[in-house]
Design a protein around this ligand. Structure first.
Ligand code: CDP
Length: 807
């Protein structure tokens, strides 16, 4: 070894593997305007499609007249449900086992529902055509309030289901009922409540909101009549699933369907499902023989393509008077809108809401969920959320604060008292999950020490006294939130989409010069997979991350995967990547043993290659092994160095975190000021700390938006009153507070690299932290629970209701 020989640290650093704050490779094109999004796809002769949409939330469609529209220069066709019926596509299956109209078939069920699809030579002509389509409607009574949907005399919304007493998830109790889902031990839980020294009960609503990604949903469909092949460029979070769905419903051979997700500008669950725009553009392309583009505008995105939450959770906790929980009972009224188009694994009509026992050791629990139809847009997507875990975390984290208030305990102390202890993992929850690992007490105490929780409480106490004396009009709230997530859908034993198990996949192919390509079944919509997947490979097989190109999103080249949502990419595909790399390493070891003329067992791994045990100077680098794989492999071995792995995870992963929000509210104006927000996340092994930090910043910003104002609101007639960014709160850097991030590391015991997902965590943990801060601020004035979103007006209204406004 001379001075120029790199040290072990230098060799490790040169790989930029796991743990390195590697800069995002995709940013080179994004920051220079060279991203390639769906709207950048421009094909010769491409046509444009746009929708006629319903102004009514519930109406019979008496007639559609396209005569004048077809006279508009450039308009080539107007597609209606009648047209789609000729190809059996007027209705489409949803991911939740329901069916959904592609175009209005006899009636409309929500405002802005798709009624007709106008195809024209350009977008402007299509828009002119839309204005000339004459639709005659007969308005019908509207159901917007979910609590009235199952009234005896509530209007029948889904006439197509008349006489159907059961749906995809069992019996239906009412014409607007979709399903009832129950979990847990009812008798034991009821008994716990009968015996309880203390009980609390509150209806906690998580309002309807929307993921609103920067780029709306869109596609370009191009049908090649000669070859019978359909190519679809689309904003898809799960391109392989889209290909299979298209094959099934359009009855096209799957090998003749090519689905490509190019760069996608944010998904957040909005781009998992199939929408009428995709079907109409595909049909239009098949009919015209020309490529057809459909690009949603912002109002359409907010009002028609999916929504999130709309869960109304009656929450009861039983406890001792010392604050030890003894039972949890939750009933959810789940508003699914006009069609049940929730994007959940098939067997889970309420997603993973049964994680609602949270981070606490509940000896028993019972949960029931009623899904119902209303005259609102369909969806129920997991907005930066692992299938209703966000609703569950909000429910239990508000519930624990309400219990703390009732028993007169500090909310943080109450949590510490009830946490699942480190030695209880793997932990079996009362509602059926097996939590893989956790160390909640350490995380909570680290949070409390870092922010100096005790002194914040003293400051709050002093401020409350000052308020009572009339010396200040501000009140102070501390919003504590401790969440446990469930991410990594999922194990084939309990997770599938339309019958396809939710595994994920990776194919790695190394080239002679020590470089390679990795193709993965996931699809980044901004999470930086091109950067982090290469880091896993770098650490596993000792080639620099820069030498590995990562490709996702093309169904012709990527192995079959279930896509990216619900923080499943790292738990599932991240494992597939490590396993594929390990297959490569095993073959590399055989090649190295042959070249070094030793037995394989005499070799040991050393950062970027193999060395002979006891003879550290006798080594073979992975780079050299790559070369050897193409010219001198052991006799009988196939040349080349590539591997594929399909990974079916044995369990979900359970990331967790301790968050706190410190907020002041002026009671007379409702104006709040977020003084401090601290977020500690534990996602097990950290692949790229900088990307994790970015994920947490983004997720907290969304949590802030949702908790403090972002809402899809309807008037009693079913008009969406928050249908643009003028009314739908979309925070900019100006409103967004400063985020402090921190971490602990508790690896997942079953994941090959110990990693858990992180992308959803800040949204899951952030919302209760904000809401608890507002509620904590008002609690000393006699308030128990104030519903979200906590915008200025609602804060002012809360103060008014409590009788503390200035005279
Ligand atoms: O499924 P999705 O990509 O949205 O979520 P994720 O699996 O939580 O990953 C989000 C990003 O954070 C990816 O680039 C991951 O590689 C990265 N990450 C990480 O660096 N370390 C972890 N333990 C988890 C995620």
């Amino acid at each position: 070894m001379n001075d120029l020989t790199p040290t072990r640290e230098q060799r490790t650093a040169a790989l930029e593997g796991m743990g390195c704050k590697r800069k995002r490779v995709e940013d080179a094109r994004f920051t220079q305007g060279k991203g390639n999004y769906v709207d950048d796809v421009k094909l010769p002769g491409m046509l444009h499609g746009d929708f006629v949409r319903s102004p009514h939330a519930h109406a019979r469609v008496k007639s559609i007249n396209s005569e004048e529209a077809l006279k508009v220069p450039g308009v080539l066709a107007v597609i209606t449900a009648e047209t789609l019926k000729t190809v059996n596509l007027a209705w489409m299956p949803t991911l939740a086992g329901d069916v959904q109209m592609v175009l209005a078939d006899g009636k409309v069920l929500f405002q802005n529902q798709e009624v007709a699809f106008v195809v024209a030579t350009d977008r402007y002509a299509a828009d002119d055509g839309i204005n000339k389509v004459v639709v005659e409607y007969e308005p019908l009574p509207v159901v917007i309030d979910p609590f009235k949907a199952m009234d005896k005399d509530a209007p029948v919304l889904r006439e197509d289901l008349t006489g159907k007493t059961s749906g995809a998830h069992g019996p239906r109790k009412h014409h607007n009922h979709i399903f009832e889902w129950t979990v847990g031990d009812k008798d034991l839980t009821d008994a716990a409540f009968r015996k309880a020294e203390v009980t609390v009960k509150e209806m906690i609503s998580y309002h309807r909101t929307h993921p609103s990604p920067l780029e709306t949903c869109q596609c370009v469909c191009s049908f090649d009549k000669i070859g019978g092949e359909l190519t679809i460029w689309g904003t898809f979070q799960a391109p392989h699933v889209i290909r299979t769905v298209v094959a099934l419903i359009a009855k096209l051979p799957e090998q003749k369907i090519h689905v490509i997700s190019p760069d996608v500008g944010g998904g957040f669950g909005n781009k998992v499902g199939a929408y009428p725009g995709y079907i109409c553009a595909a049909v239009a392309s098949i009919v015209t023989g020309k490529p057809v583009k459909w690009v949603e505008d912002r109002i359409e995105n907010l009002t028609a393509t999916s929504f999130a939450r709309d869960y109304h959770m009656t929450t009861e906790i039983a406890a001792t008077k010392e604050g030890k929980v003894t039972g949890l009972r939750v009933h959810v009224l789940a508003d699914h809108g006009a069609f049940d188009a929730c994007a959940d694994p098939s067997k889970w009509p309420a997603g993973f809401f049964n994680i609602v026992t949270g981070s606490y050791d509940f000896p028993t629990a019972h949960l029931s969920v009623d899904g119902i139809y209303t005259n609102k847009a369909p969806g129920g997507v997991a907005y930066r959320c692992s299938f209703r875990v966000t609703e569950a975390a909000y429910c239990i984290e508000r519930g624990m604060d309400i219990l703390a208030q009732k028993v007169g305990m500090d909310p943080a102390e109450l949590r510490l008292k009830n946490f699942i202890r480190k030695e209880q993992f793997p932990y079996h929850s009362a509602l059926g999950w097996e939590y893989d690992s956790g160390d909640y007490h350490t995380a909570m105490r680290k949070m409390m020490e870092t922010v100096n929780y005790a002194s914040l409480r003293s400051e709050q106490a002093a401020m409350r006294e000052a308020f009572k004396r009339g010396e200040t009009r501000e009140i102070m709230g501390l919003g504590v939130s401790f969440f446990t997530e469930i991410v990594g859908a999922g194990p084939s034993k309990n997770c599938d989409i339309l019958g396809i198990a939710m595994f994920d996949s990776c194919e790695i192919r190394l080239h002679p010069t020590g470089a390679g390509i990795a193709r993965v079944g996931t699809k980044s919509t901004g999470q930086g997979h091109e950067t982090t997947w290469a880091q896993i490979i770098a650490t596993e097989i000792g080639l620099p991350a820069d030498n590995i190109m990562v490709e996702e999103g093309n169904t012709d080249t990527a192995p079959y995967g279930l896509g990216t949502y619900g923080s499943r990419s790292t738990p599932v595909a991240g494992a597939a990547i490590a396993m594929a790399a390990r297959k490569i390493k095993a073959k590399a070891q055989m090649i190295a043993a042959y070249k070094l003329e030793v037995h394989e067992d005499d070799l040991e791994w050393d950062i970027d290659g193999f060395r002979v045990k006891g003879l550290p100077e006798k080594t073979m680098s992975m780079k050299d092994i790559c070369w050897a794989a193409y010219n001198s492999v052991p006799p009988g071995m196939e040349p080349g160095l590539e591997a594929v792995s399909y990974y079916d995870p044995p369990n979900m992963t359970y990331p967790f975190g301790a968050y706190i929000c410190v907020m002041n509210i002026d009671v007379d104006t409702g104006v709040y000021k977020i003084r401090r927000f601290y977020a500690l996340d534990d996602c097990g092994t950290r692949i790229n700390p900088m990307i994790i930090e970015g994920q947490v910043h983004g997720g907290l910003t969304e949590a802030f938006a949702i908790a403090m104002g972002q809402e899809i609101r309807y008037d009693p007639e079913g008009n969406v009153v928050t249908g643009s960014f003028m009314d739908f709160f979309m925070p900019t850097a100006v409103e967004t507070p400063h985020w402090e991030t921190d971490f602990t590391v508790t690896p997942s015991p079953h994941h090959p690299i110990g990693a858990k997902g992180v992308g959803e965590s800040p949204n899951v943990g952030g919302v209760p932290a904000f809401s608890n801060a507002v509620n904590d601020a008002f609690s000393f004035l006699g308030s128990t629970h104030i519903q979200m979103p906590h915008d200025y007006w609602r804060n002012w209204a809360a103060a008014k209701n409590l009788g503390v406004l200035a005279a």
